[in-house]
Design a protein around this ligand. Structure first.
Ligand code: ZN
Ligand code: ZN
Length: 337
């Protein structure tokens, strides 16, 4: 099979011919149709997340079809369309797993980080961490739901019942979450980089109440803020924007250092928290909610061999909505030629 392989930080992914993986007893083999490109993938290839297995096939927003099942697979059968997210394995026995916090499992394994992921024509996944894709979603549109949607949804839950919600950074996750927030009757105030005029237009088009540059003051005191951008300097800005008792949720896996700030902007029971990974419960809740809204993802497609280009577009802020590798389409084209 063809795969895009990561070998060392700072080096381009390399298109490589590899043997098709063989599913373990509890794993399914999936023919990958589409795989979303996430900012976490960028942190991995840039060497900002240091635990990646090497060599590695990145990608943790996988949509594919079951083509083989391990001997002990009980839940899924051949031909089923499944999604595979970031959380790829948990121990089911540590104190976090036993208290509904498997996202914090001591021995958690992550797709496209500890295990090979979806930048490939085939991948294997533990059946416990595969989810049927709602039928209303084409594969291309479904891929960004699996991380941007899922972990974004967990961040939104952590923001509590805040009605006036600030989003800092308006990329893949925010463009999905603004739709969820509106559906729940909340108002979204979108902050983007000062020069990102089209990001602000995009936010308003998707239903944000207001959009402005991140160096501007919010037009109203916010009840909560979610920071999607990996920029630590946004934390004090967001703390200044939230009202008494407000929470600032940091939604990414990596962030640049947070500058020091006066205690007065944290005072009055404001809080800062981070969101780590996802649970299977988050996935079940979010994938049930997505077709009811219904969420419409805006997607920019790239062929598998152009994964490096997709990553650099993401790094440069050039992606409107989500970047997705269209892999099966590429196989079809090859067959036709
Ligand atoms: Zn555990
Ligand atoms: Zn992700």
């Amino acid at each position: 099979m063809q795969a895009m392989v990561f070998t060392a930080p700072g080096k381009d992914l390399c298109l490589t011919d590899l043997p098709k993986p063989v599913p373990g007893p509890k794993q399914v083999l999936l023919r990958v149709s589409h795989c979303g490109v996430c900012r976490t993938d960028l942190h991995i290839v840039d060497g900002e997340l240091a635990e990646a297995k090497l060599p590695l096939i990145p990608g943790h927003q996988i949509v594919g079809t079951v083509t083989e099942t391990g001997a002990e697979v009980a839940t899924f059968t051949l031909g089923e369309r499944l999604g595979v997210p970031w959380l790829g394995w948990t121990c089911d026995e540590c104190k976090f797993c036993l208290t509904g916090r498997e996202n914090l499992c001591d021995r958690a394994g992550f797709t496209g980080y500890h295990f090979d992921g979806g930048y490939a024509e085939y991948t294997v996944a533990d059946e416990r961490f595969c989810f049927p894709i709602p039928s209303d979603f084409p594969d291309l549109q479904a891929a960004p739901l699996l991380c941007a949607g899922l972990i974004g949804y967990r961040s939104l839950v952590m923001a509590g019942d805040a009605e006036r919600l600030g989003f800092y950074g308006f990329g893949s996750a925010a463009h999905i979450l603004v739709q969820v927030a509106r559906h729940q009757g909340r108002r979204v105030y979108a902050f983007t980089r000062p020069n990102d005029v089209s990001g602000r237009e995009f936010a308003l088009k998707l239903g944000a109440q207001w959009a402005g540059s991140s160096d501007r003051t919010a037009p109203v005191p916010l009840d909560a803020a979610i920071i999607f951008a990996p920029a630590g300097e946004l934390v004090p800005l967001a703390l200044r924007a939230v009202a008494k008792g407000g929470v600032v949720v940091c939604a990414g896996i990596h962030m640049s250092d947070i500058p020091s700030f006066p205690y007065s902007i944290l005072w009055e029971e404001r809080s800062v928290k981070s969101v780590a990974n996802l649970t299977r419960r988050d996935a079940a809740e979010f994938l049930a909610l997505a077709p009811k809204i219904p969420i419409r993802t805006e997607v920019q497609q790239f062929p598998l061999a152009s994964a490096n280009e997709a990553l650099s577009h993401l790094r440069e802020g050039k992606i409107r909505g989500s970047a997705v590798l269209a892999i099966e389409k590429e196989i079809n084209l090859q067959l036709r030629n």
